[in-house]
Write a new protein. Structure first.
Length: 111
C-alpha cells in the first residue's frame, strides 16, 4: 500500500467520526487493516492538518484519550476548544470519561 493510499484510507475513516465522539490512532489502523501502523496513522493526521480538507482531525487522540496531536493545530488550544464545543470535557490534555466518548470505526471491507 503506497503512503498516499494509506493516508487516504485514514482520512476516509476520520471523515466518519461522529460529532461528540473520538477515536484513537490504533483504532483507525485496525479499521483499515494495518493494526500495527498506529504511528503511521499519526503521520497521516499530522499531514492532514496542513491540507485544505474538512476533516474532524481534532477527534483523533491516543489510546488513553490524551490530545497528543494538539501541537499540530493552528492556534493555541484549538484541538481542546473544538472538542469542548462538541461537549467533551478535557483536563490536563486528557478527555474526561474517555470510554463513553470513544467511537470504534468499522473494519474495512478490504481486511
Amino acid at each position: 500500500m503506497a503512503r498516499s493510499d494509506f493516508f487516504e484510507k485514514v482520512y476516509a475513516v476520520v471523515a466518519l467520526i461522529p460529532e461528540g465522539k473520538v477515536t484513537s490512532y490504533g483504532a483507525i489502523a485496525k479499521a483499515i487493516g494495518a493494526a500495527k501502523s498506529s504511528r503511521t496513522v499519526g503521520y497521516a493526521m499530522n499531514a492532514c492538518v496542513k491540507l485544505d480538507r474538512d476533516l474532524p482531525a481534532h477527534r483523533v487522540v491516543n489510546r488513553n484519550g490524551v490530545l497528543t496531536g494538539k501541537h499540530h493545530f493552528p492556534g493555541q488550544n484549538t484541538m481542546q476548544r473544538l472538542l469542548e464545543e462538541e461537549g467533551l470535557e478535557i483536563e490536563n490534555d486528557q478527555i474526561i470519561n474517555f470510554e463513553s466518548h470513544f467511537w470504534m470505526p468499522p473494519l474495512s471491507k478490504e481486511t
